[in-house]
Design a protein around this ligand. Structure first.
Ligand SMILES: Cc1cc2nc3c(=O)[nH]c(=O)nc-3n(C[C@H](O)[C@H](O)[C@H](O)COP(=O)(O)O)c2cc1C
Length: 375
């Protein structure tokens, strides 16, 4: 399972330093949240800050779907529970726990309901609805939500027209990631664990924004291939630190889930210097002049699909920064992979790469600082 633990732990450490208090970990509060669950830190944050409580004493129920009423309630709590005039919704009883939250969200244009004065507070929130509500909430909070382009999800045609901009915004800002196979699943449900993770990503991302820091650099692309999630973890963190747009390279023919089977295919690809096809290849990367390209070491070098990506464009004048990690962390294999990236990046300046474990955020920070890549 792909994880975002690194970025959360950094943000979480910052929160702890700022508050100078040791919050109780979610795993200590909820018997069904293990300390190493990908959502544990998000749940800790949400619980500590009174955004969400358990479904019963000591139980978080990470796998049950989040309802529309609950989502709005979390945002409302994050705003300090402001009062508002009663909404027009006839299916929101005034004595329900979510009534005041929905009143506030409706008054501020964060929710619009289904039409005919219905809100559907107990319906599970769809993933595209979550993106829209979060997008409107971001605008309400005064964030710049302008976004260009489209999503790169393979099912983007299934996203409802009203949600397209919001989903694009959520993807480009690293707030909602696709499911396996780069699928967005617009009408799919969101579990409480997923929703809290998404909200945590949004809240902490914006909490970190400081008006004294220059505008987010829109010309940086953080593109990566990851089979089992480690490079993805690193890439997400790097995108966060650099303000770059994040793009996952999705192979047209997905690699098998089995390690050995993938190993066999990858070995043939390497031996044949193959260029496996990419399912979500952007038409152009002209908008970017700085490209951070991430990959795991496969058979002592970069996966061949990195060659497919880099050879698809005219890279003249572009700055390329490879980053990678592997099981053995063998430097010779790393150097070999950099050589490969240089071969397939005609016209670009390929800088010395970063070879660090995804959890080593100190080394990642140092590399980004040394190369002037921190936003
Ligand atoms: C096909 C394949 C080949 C690999 N070859 C190497 C290798 O040559 N050297 C090494 O240290 N690790 C190798 N690994 C291990 C990966 O580099 C390591 O598991 C990495 O953390 C995976 O990153 P990911 O989660 O982003 O896919 C290989 C893994 C796979 C699947």
């Amino acid at each position: 399972m792909k994880k975002f633990r690194t970025i959360f732990s950094v943000i979480f450490s910052m929160v702890m330093v700022l508050t100078c208090a040791m919050p109780a970990m979610a795993a200590e509060i909820f018997s069904d949240v293990s300390a190493d669950a990908y959502y544990a830190e998000a749940v800790t944050y949400a619980s500590e800050n009174g955004l969400i409580s358990g479904t019963e004493q000591g139980v978080f129920s990470p796998d049950i779907p989040l309802s529309r009423g609950m989502l709005v309630t979390i945002l409302w709590r994050n705003e300090g529970q402001p009062q508002a005039a009663p909404s027009i919704f006839t299916d929101v009883p005034s004595d329900s726990y979510y009534a005041a939250a929905i009143d506030w969200a409706a008054e501020n244009g964060i929710v619009a309901g289904y039409g005919e004065n219905r809100f559907g507070p107990n319906d599970p929130i769809e993933r595209q609805q979550l993106a829209v509500i979060l997008y409107r909430y971001a605008a309400y909070q005064g964030n710049d939500v302008t976004v260009a382009g489209n999503t790169s999800f393979i099912d983007s045609a299934e996203i409802a027209a009203y949600a397209e901009t919001a989903v694009t915004w959520a993807q480009k800002n690293g707030i909602i990631a696709g499911k396996s196979g780069n699928v967005f699943d617009p009408t799919g449900q969101t579990t409480r664990a997923e929703a809290v993770t998404i909200l945590y990503r949004y809240i902490t991302k914006n909490a970190q924004e400081n008006p004294n820091i220059p505008e987010v650099d829109k010309d940086t692309l953080v593109v990566y291939f990851s089979w089992s999630g480690n490079t993805e973890e690193m890439a997400s963190y790097i995108a966060e630190q650099t303000g770059g747009d994040l793009l996952e390279i999705e192979p047209k023919a997905a690699y098998p889930a089995d390690y050995n089977e993938t190993g066999d295919i990858a070995k043939v690809e390497r031996d044949e210097n193959a260029r496996p096809e990419i399912a979500n290849l952007p038409a152009s990367i002209d908008a970017y002049d700085t490209i951070l390209v991430g990959y795991p070491i496969w058979w002592h070098t970069a996966p061949m699909i990195i060659g497919t990506f880099l050879e698809s464009y005219d890279l003249s004048g572009k700055e390329v920064y490879p980053f990678t990690q592997s099981a053995s962390m063998d430097t010779e294999q790393f150097n070999q992979s950099i050589e490969f990236v240089r071969e397939v990046s005609e016209g670009a300046t390929v800088h010395n790469g970063l070879f660090a474990r995804p959890s080593d955020t100190g080394a990642i920070d140092d590399y980004l600082s040394e190369n002037g890549l921190i936003k």
